[in-house]
Design a protein around this ligand. Sequence first.
Ligand SMILES: [Zn+2]
Length: 288
Amino acid sequence: METLTQLHKRAIKEKWAMPHFNFSSLEQLEGIIDALRETKSPALVGTSEGERDAMGLKQVVALVESFRKEGIVVFLNADHSHSVDAAKKAVEAGYDSIHIDLSKKSFKENVEGTREVVKYSKKINSKVEVEGELGYLVTDSSKIYKEKIKIPEESYTKVDEAVEFVKETGVDRFAPAIGNLHGIAANKPVVHFKLVQELRKSLPDDLTLVLHGGSGINDEDIKRLVSMGVNNIHFSTELRVAYTEALREELKEKPEETAPYKYLDDPRKATVEIVKQKIALFGSAGRV
Ligand SMILES: [Zn+2]
């Protein structure tokens, strides 16, 4: 099986993007895996700190590993680790990939913490990929905002800082703030394409450029970002919404049903559908 890094490099060359889907239940993960099996797409699946606390670090690692043994090309990411300590625990538990997100700290603290995670992770497993983040997203993935969200100018990633950050930390993947946000807002995010273009031009050719907060960005913008060399895209909120709406519907329709595996089947199927739609946008189908 190709390593995560080999796949990301191929994605840059072939102009597609590696999907990243978050999960916090077995049925969500099964839905994602079913879609990968059907479309022959690789993917990263991720758990935030809250998601991995809920499911258990070792348990999540074992689950993903079990699907990989069946031939599914899937890797596990410790999404948005907000401390060096949380990142180290995930790599020790066997995660394939670490996202260290110190973007709310000062530039200096972000560089130092991220560099420490890169060094520590590669020592434990040389194949582990590490992602760093610079510039910050103003919102939360668990929310559907009724109001419009304005993105403050100072939260955008600055190109010169990005170049220095990548050089100083040695990260494999870089997540910038380019107008994207977590969750879904009343207004559509305005993607700063020129900034994406400058970042892609200024950063190393083989560096993976990551888009967080894919939910809420329109399909045409996602396709354009992929064509510009954004080769890793995160979706969480839309998957959560599809799952939860299907679950509410099912419970309403069958108030007598008490077997979880029965009423969780529709939410799983809803997950398969939304994941397949995203895979079609990323061009990642048939790549493995
Ligand atoms: Zn994110």
